[in-house]
Ligand binder design. Structure first.
Ligand SMILES: NC(=O)c1ccc[n+]([C@@H]2O[C@H](COP(=O)([O-])OP(=O)(O)OC[C@H]3O[C@@H](n4cnc5c(N)ncnc54)[C@H](OP(=O)(O)O)[C@@H]3O)[C@@H](O)[C@H]2O)c1
Length: 274
């Protein structure tokens, strides 16, 4: 690093579990871009953004729990992030900070690799920033979406924005779905032994997508495999989303295969089984 090195990074809490630094730093190296991607464990988001906006920054990834709050402190929000109501990417351009959302396209691409979405019944567990991105992406692609959340009021607010059904988590037993998506952090490292729902509530033959990416195979995906479901790992959304972030920050095509290889190698070294 030197005086010209641009700073990018992940802003959230927790951030330890993330693998994004592995992908972005490998991509910067491969394309000879003088930048470094760091992890910032941040509680006071406004102070963080105020401080960093005057430095030599390229942009940030935003994660749990700041995706909605971040919108308040930026200069501009792009159309998609505005419609979704959550920002997972900040781009520094001409001394302005622009909020974008790559979660939506990253997740939709991962889903479309396993299933069509038009007219499918999809259930989203959770009603945070990622759930908003998924609800928007699925609705735009013609799926019938139901949001189930621990706090049903939050599910209601997303449902009103995207014309979805909603309810508390216990409603799952009454719903016939083709696609089930977990957007809660339940099952995430270091609490990898738990699933957001019991095995008997996973419909046989459905497609199950867990956006949690550490561990690689979550308890929910393990149950889904045992029930004969097609599964989608959270790492697919992360790779797709990070590639889009890289392109927004640098204006260059992301070396996706390299990013995939680096993150998969890291996960294997950390003891994750494929
Ligand atoms: N694969 C990827 O690329 C990718 C991208 C984005 C996020 N993620 C992962 O997705 C997860 C959620 O991120 P987010 O930014 O959407 O978080 P968020 O905005 O904080 O939302 C979390 C949601 O999960 C629910 N929840 C939290 N703990 C719960 C529990 N113990 N039981 C039941 N529900 C619970 C919350 O319910 P309440 O409303 O009741 O609080 C909330 O609706 C994180 O693990 C994150 O790492 C992965």
């Amino acid at each position: 690093m030197n005086k010209k090195t641009k700073i990018a990074g992940l802003v959230g809490n927790p951030v330890d579990h993330s693998w994004s630094h592995v992908m972005h730093n490998a991509a910067f190296d491969a394309l000879n871009i003088n930048a470094a991607y760091l992890k910032f464990k941040v509680d006071k988001l406004e102070e963080f953004i105020d401080y960093f906006r005057s430095l030599n920054i390229m942009g940030f990834s935003v994660t749990i729990p700041h995706k909605m709050e971040a919108m308040k402190y930026l200069d501009k929000i792009d159309n998609k992030a505005k419609k979704i109501g959550a920002v997972n990417t900040i781009v520094a351009r001409n001394n302005k900070l622009i909020g974008c959302n790559t979660d939506c396209d990253g997740a939709v691409k991962a889903l479309k690799s396993k299933t069509s979405l038009n007219r499918k019944n999809a259930v989203i567990l959770g009603a945070g920033g990622s759930a908003r991105a998924l609800a928007y992406g699925l609705s735009e692609n013609g799926a019938n979406v139901t949001i189930l959340n621990r706090t049903a009021e939050k599910a209601k607010s997303i449902a009103e924005d995207f014309e979805c059904g909603y309810g508390p988590l216990k409603d799952l037993k009454n719903i016939k779905y083709d696609i089930l998506i977990n957007t809660t952090p339940v099952g995430m490292h270091p609490n990898a032994d738990i699933s957001p729902i019991p095995k008997n509530l996973i419909n046989k033959g459905s497609v199950v997508f867990d956006i949690v990416f550490n561990p690689y195979k979550t308890k929910l995906l393990e149950f889904a495999e045992k029930n004969g479901c097609a599964t989608i790992h959270g790492i697919e959304m992360l790779i797709n989303g990070n590639a889009l972030q890289f392109e927004l920050w640098t204006g260059k095509n992301a070396p996706v295969q390299l990013m995939r290889k680096k993150v998969m190698d890291c996960m294997k070294n950390a003891g994750n089984k494929n």
